[in-house]
Design a protein around this ligand. Structure first.
Ligand code: XMP
Length: 514
């Protein structure tokens, strides 16, 4: 994607993606490729250097992943991390053995060679994060020890003439405080990168790429109200202007004011052609009497596709469909030994559309991480509060209204949800949590208002902190914020007399209630 890249070869570490993210954060484009990738594919990126990730194997075990010979032949600078370092040693005549003391967690290293470019301008004593069983016991020819820890005589090694380095610890994790600087030293001092990977450059390259793919074809893009589809649309709009038509389906299951916000932002602010379809009635009648969560998702998915197809057909000849696929999804779907996870929920998206409509996909975010998508959104002029939106599930409020979905119940939930989010925003906590919302429960409880007994709905509030939405913890919100939200909800939302706060983590619960 850019003339200045560093390739990360994945040997199966849980931290591999983090290495790529760290490089991008310091302005160097990077891609994660499987260790057995074809040399031509990796070299097509014209890399300035190669990083070998960690991995769970032992280099001398039969069938263990080995250093590809093309890496040796490339003449490029190499940084091996943990297993990557052991793979270097194994390939170049060093020795690796099982360690009697396995090292997991924090360790202290001492840098012996202060002149090593890898540790330039860094402290001689550093805390690092170790996670290994095997260790290097003999350096390959040409290498010298750069640093040691109590357990690892070769915590870092290097061959300055060849520009090859190895680290026994993980510089990519936050528990190695100077790790970012070590990675920066490798990229800038050793590989000679200059750091051109900025939001402006991402926009420029994406625009060129979209133009090359789309030519004079017409593109449609479904807007969900979320960040990804909005940024994808804005990028395509920047690239091919009027060839793009955005379609926004108001399912009647969106949050308070959301439909208006999408329409205003896209039509007036970004000036992109937008077809807005009010399909609330169609969705609600399709969902009538349905309580089962999977059934709700299925109905919503099908209804969505039907409406989308109808609108697209009315447009005439369309060749491309835009999708907001992100780089972590791409990595996940191409990972060699990905675990096939048990199906917990069928996440509804427009997945079935391209084949049915014989459309080609345009995926302008395919090589971007979420933080890069946000930066690009700001660069393209999307409002700040949009760019920092919490994710919202495709089936919308339908999976937050437990039991049957009706217009009245959607209205109740919308109002409660808006109050909760408003109070979070007011307390400056919206960005401290990754997702926050209200859920309308299918139970009534007894209350007392004035001198009257009430028997009314219960609203649950949910706020979570999470890195990847695969696991999550409940947010420790201040009691006064919760109290203000609860108080306002029972006072301002008719039909609600009780508010509870969800204090389960994921697992064993999920983030959504359905
Ligand atoms: P769970 O509830 O599975 O949610 O812990 C993880 C993340 O996924 C979102 N989510 C969905 N997103 N379609 C979507 O597009 C869906 O059907 C769906 N279900 C859950 C959820 O909001 C959270 O961010």
């Amino acid at each position: 994607m850019t003339s200045e890249a560093i390739v990360v070869l994945d040997f199966g570490s849980q931290y591999s993606q983090l290495i790529v993210r760290r490089l991008r954060e310091i302005g160097v484009y990077s891609e994660l490729l499987p260790y057995h990738v074809a040399a031509e594919q990796a070299l097509a990126l014209q890399p300035r250097g190669i990083v070998l990730s960690g991995g769970p194997a032992s280099v001398y075990a039969p069938g263990a992943p080995q250093l590809p010979p093309w890496v040796i032949d490339s003449g490029l600078p190499v940084l091996g991390i943990c297993y990557g370092m052991q793979a270097i040693a194994h390939a170049l005549g060093g020795a690796v053995e099982p360690s009697s003391a396995r090292e997991f967690g924090p360790a202290e290293i001492t840098v012996e060679q202060a002149d090593s470019p890898l540790f330039a301008a860094l402290a001689p004593q550093q805390r690092v994060w170790m996670s290994h069983g095997d260790k290097l016991t003999r350096l390959p020819a040409g290498f010298r020890a750069i640093a040691h820890s109590a357990n690892s005589p070769y915590a870092a090694m290097g061959d300055d003439a060849r520009r090859w380095y190895g680290l026994q610890f993980h510089p990519e994790v936050a528990h190695t405080p100077q790790g970012r600087e070590i990675i920066r030293n490798f990229a800038y001092r050793i590989c000679g990168c200059r750091g051109g990977w900025t939001p402006g450059a991402i926009v420029e390259e994406s625009v060129a790429r979209i133009r090359a793919q789309v030519g004079a074809g017409r593109v449609i893009c479904g807007l969900s109200g979320g960040v990804d589809s909005a940024v994808a649309a804005a990028l395509i709009g920047r690239a091919v202007g009027e060839q793009l038509t955005c379609i926004f389906v108001d399912t009647g299951l969106l949050r308070l004011g959301e439909a208006e916000q999408v329409i205003t932002t896209f039509r007036n602010h970004l000036r992109l052609p937008l077809i807005a379809v009010n399909a609330a009635e169609e969705f609600l009648s399709a969902l009538q009497g349905v309580s089962d969560p999977e059934q709700k998702r299925k109905i919503i998915g099908e209804t969505f596709i039907r409406i989308f197809e109808r609108e697209a057909e009315a447009l005439g000849e369309v060749e491309f469909l835009a999708q907001g696929t992100l780089y972590p999804d791409v990595i996940e779907s191409t990972a060699a030994d990905r675990n096939v996870a048990a199906k917990i929920k069928t996440h509804h998206n427009v997945g079935g559309l391209p084949e049915r409509m014989r459309l080609k996909l345009v995926e302008p975010l395919r090589y971007l991480f979420k933080d890069e998508v946000r930066a690009v959104g700001l660069e393209l002029g999307l409002p700040e509060d949009w760019v920092w939106r919490h994710p919202f599930p495709g089936p919308g409020l339908a999976v937050r209204i437990l039991g049957p979905v009706t217009h009245a119940r959607a209205e109740t939930l919308r109002r409660a949800d808006a109050i909760f989010l408003e109070e979070l925003r007011r307390a400056g906590l919206e960005r401290e949590v990754q997702q926050a919302f209200a859920v309308l429960l299918p139970v009534q409880s007894v209350g007392v208002m004035g001198d009257y007994r009430t028997y009314a709905d219960v609203v649950a509030l949910r706020a979570v902190t999470t890195e990847d939405f695969m696991t999550a913890d409940w947010a420790r919100l201040p009691a006064d914020v919760l109290q203000r939200a609860a108080n306002r909800i029972v006072n301002e939302v008719p039909g609600v007399n009780r508010v509870v706060y969800d204090i389960t983590s994921k697992p064993p619960a999920t983030i959504e209630w359905e």
